[in-house]
Design a protein. Structure first.
Length: 115
């Protein structure tokens, strides 16, 4: 730094608050897994198939690997894996397992009425 030049402090602007509203027509799904086990991969495969058949173009899947981010399990109170959490539309719903029983998943997601 040369003599006579002052270093001006850098002022950081606070991040603008997120005002983006979730799209009410989009299903927000979060699948909690622990690594890429056969059971985890099967759950994702089954979920993707069910979403394509029943929610084509109206869903978003977020996969959370608890081996990489174990603290994220607290937010949705995850006790077993794999667990699917339907965040939107409300109310929040949870389905535990590999999602291979399509009928059970459809009922759990409120895509089909109970018989």
């Amino acid at each position: 730094m040369s003599a006579g030049k002052k270093k001006t402090p850098v002022r950081k602007r606070p991040a603008a608050p997120k005002t983006e509203e979730p799209d009410p027509g989009i299903w927000d799904l979060r699948l909690y897994v622990a690594g890429q086990t056969i059971r985890s991969l099967k759950a994702f495969e089954n979920l993707k198939r069910i979403c394509e058949e029943h929610l084509a173009g109206k869903y978003r899947i977020e996969v959370v690997d608890l081996l990489e981010n174990p603290k994220l399990a607290r937010g949705d109170q995850i006790l077993a894996i794999p667990t699917l959490v339907r965040r939107l539309p409300e109310p929040v719903r949870k389905i535990i397992g590999d999602l291979s029983n399509t009928e059970r998943v459809l009922i759990g997601l409120d895509l089909r009425a109970r018989s």
